[in-house]
Structure formats: structure tokens, C-alpha cells
Design a protein around this ligand. Structure first.
Ligand SMILES: C[S@@+](CC[C@H](N)C(=O)[O-])C[C@H]1O[C@@H](n2cnc3c(N)ncnc32)[C@H](O)[C@@H]1O
Ligand SMILES: CC(C)=CCC/C(C)=C/COP(=O)(O)OP(=O)(O)O
Ligand SMILES: [Mg+2]
Length: 298
């Protein structure tokens, strides 16, 4: 496989020979390794449905009529399509909160995974979309999909630490983290978004956070952290770190009731990974919440 991963800190990386930057910390090296080796069927088989590969979860009601009879030979295929539809609905909901974006704008996907959300954003707004991930395998995958769709001039992934990006100060119209904030310190993260966003620009995250109302992270939250080698933050921490970095929330939406049907359906599928119980139980006992936070850069 040839690689056109734009793996450099330059603002205009284009060559296959570009060097992949060294991870900033041993932890980031672990996370890069994790995602370089990831190939779970629950992600690849869903992405194969229409070529949009996601590493986030779904929202919305399950269409039981579309699923049909569980005894039918086509049921598993329909179930996979349904899980994928709910994951794409989640990305659409995130994009709904980016504000007014036009074709001349540049967007940043921080922690872009295999790039499904980036392609959706370009298709919706016509904008240029820059993605950063720690994983060279993911960046290669995303750039290959962009080439296949002939949008490589507008959709580009690179290996880069989201806490230290090459984007110029005030150059970005809108940016987001889709289930990628639990790998970084939130103050460092929001300082970086705040630096490259234009004043009046928009930041959006969809994330899982522990609920301060519960007290401390529950055993389920600890299990999710161990499963993904991540560090889930509390809802309170998000709002405090945004306030400290000129990001003023204009929407905080609790998506927990909307994501539970996805998990309940996924738990019945052949693609289970073993983490379904932790998500379902923590959402049900109130210790964990799935939220969207949109904020204005002021
Ligand atoms: C759960 S995946 C989410 C992928 C994508 N946002 C999506 O919705 O499909 C987490 C992503 O965060 C990225 N990530 C974690 N820490 C990062 C960092 N410090 N800099 C850049 N990317 C990071 C990983 O490489 C991975 O692509
Ligand atoms: C909401 C929280 C806490 C998310 C943690 C980050 C994460 C691993 C998201 C999903 O990735 P994935 O799509 O690769 O996971 P899976 O294989 O479980 O579908
Ligand atoms: Mg997944």
C-alpha cells in the first residue's frame, strides 16, 4: 500500500516521504499503537455499508420495521445497516451544531479516526476539512477513502497531536471532537481549539462524561476507561475548561436517552465487543452521560 499520510507538522504536508512526528508522550505512543492495530468488525462491517467509517456511537430510535423478523436470513445484515444509520445520525447531529459554514471555510476534526465525519462535513458544506489523529494507519485509511471519492483536495488526514497543531491562529471557522476528548487534558485541548478558531467560530464535541451528580466515576466508567485506555472527564470539567479558554457554550444536550437504543440493539448483535454492558448500565444508573456541547469562540 502506498502511503500519502500527511504525517508532519508542516501546514501543507503532501509527500509520501513526510516523517511521522514522534509521539509527544509515552501515553500518546500507546494510543497510536492501539488505533494502528484496531480492526474490530463492529467498526469495519458497519463502515462497509456505505464507505463512511466511524469510531463513535449512535443516536436515535431503532427502526424495527426496517429490521424485520430476527429469524430471517437477512436480519444480521439489516441490523448492521441499522447500527450504521444510527452512528451516521450522530455525526449529522454534530454537524447540525457547527453553525453557518461555507465552501471557503476550513474545518478541523480533532481525533478524526478513519475520517467518516470529515467526508460527511465536506459533502454537507463544501468546506475544506483537516483531520488529525495519532494513528498513521487511520490517516492512511482516511486519505485513501478521500482519494476514492475524489475529494482529496478538500479532505485530508494527518498524523498530528491535537494539542499541538499546525493550523494558524484564528484560521478555522469551526472544529470538533467526536468521542476523542477522553484522550487528552481538557485545558490543553480547549486552549488549542481556541487558538486556531476564528473569533465567532464554533466548537462542538460529542462525548461520554461522568456525571458529577453521581459523585465519582462509577465502576462502569472505570471499566470503559480500562477497555479503551482512555480517561473520561466529568461534565463539570468540560464546562470549566471551556470557560477558561474563551469557549462559551450555546448548547449542552444530554443525548443519553437517544443513545441507549443503539446500545440495546448492539448488545443483541453478533458484533458485540464486551463493553456493551458497561455503557448500558452506566447510562441507566446515571453515572455516565452522552452529551453534545457546542460553544462559541468569543
Ligand atoms: C474513538 S476515536 C474517534 C474517531 C472519530 N472522531 C470518529 O468519530 O470516528 C478517537 C480518535 O482520537 C484520536 N486521538 C486520541 N488522542 C489524540 C491526540 N492527542 N491527538 C490526535 N488524535 C488523538 C485517535 O487517534 C482516534 O483517531
Ligand atoms: C463515549 C466514549 C467514552 C468513547 C470512548 C472512545 C471510543 C473508543 C469511541 C468509540 O470507538 P469505536 O467505534 O472504535 O469503539 P467500538 O469498537 O466499541 O465500536
Ligand atoms: Mg464503533
Amino acid at each position: 500500500m502506498t502511503t500519502e499520510t500527511t504525517a508532519t507538522n508542516s501546514a501543507t504536508p503532501t509527500t509520501a516521504t513526510a516523517k511521522i512526528p514522534a509521539p509527544a508522550t509515552p501515553y500518546q505512543e500507546d494510543i497510536a499503537r492501539y488505533w494502528n492495530n484496531e480492526a474490530r468488525p463492529v467498526n469495519l462491517r458497519l463502515g462497509d455499508v456505505d464507505g463512511l467509517y466511524h469510531h463513535h456511537y449512535g443516536i436515535g430510535s431503532v427502526d424495527h420495521a426496517a429490521l424485520g423478523d430476527p429469524a430471517h436470513s437477512e436480519y444480521e445484515k439489516k441490523l448492521i445497516a441499522e447500527l450504521h444509520r444510527l452512528e451516521s445520525a450522530q455525526a449529522e447531529f454534530l454537524l447540525d451544531h457547527l453553525g453557518s459554514v461555507g465552501p471557503d471555510d476550513t474545518l478541523v476534526d480533532a481525533g478524526c479516526g478513519r475520517g467518516g465525519s470529515m467526508i460527511m462535513a465536506h459533502q454537507r458544506f463544501g468546506a475544506k476539512v483537516e483531520g488529525v489523529t495519532l494513528s498513521a494507519a487511520q490517516a492512511d485509511f482516511g486519505n485513501r477513502r478521500a482519494r476514492e471519492l475524489r475529494v482529496e483536495d478538500h479532505v485530508r488526514s494527518r498524523v498530528c497531536n491535537m494539542l499541538d497543531t499546525p493550523f494558524d491562529k484564528g484560521s478555522i471557522a469551526a472544529s470538533w471532537n467526536n468521542e476523542s476528548t477522553m484522550y487528552v487534558d481538557l485545558h490543553d485541548l480547549f486552549a488549542e481549539h481556541s487558538r486556531f478558531l476564528k473569533v465567532g467560530g464554533r466548537y462542538v464535541t460529542v462525548t461520554g462524561c461522568w456525571n458529577p451528580r453521581y459523585g465519582q466515576p462509577s465502576k462502569w466508567v472505570s471499566q470503559i476507561n480500562a477497555h479503551f485506555e482512555c480517561n473520561i472527564h466529568s461534565r463539570r470539567e468540560y464546562l470549566r475548561a471551556m470557560a477558561d479558554n474563551r469557549l462559551v457554550p450555546n448548547a449542552v444536550i444530554d443525548l443519553t436517552p437517544q443513545t441507549l437504543p443503539y446500545w440495546e440493539l448492539r448488545a443483541t448483535s453478533s458484533l458485540v465487543t464486551g463493553i456493551e454492558e458497561a455503557f448500558i448500565e452506566s447510562y441507566r444508573d446515571g453515572s455516565f452521560q452522552y452529551v453534545l456541547i457546542a460553544a462559541d469562540r468569543v
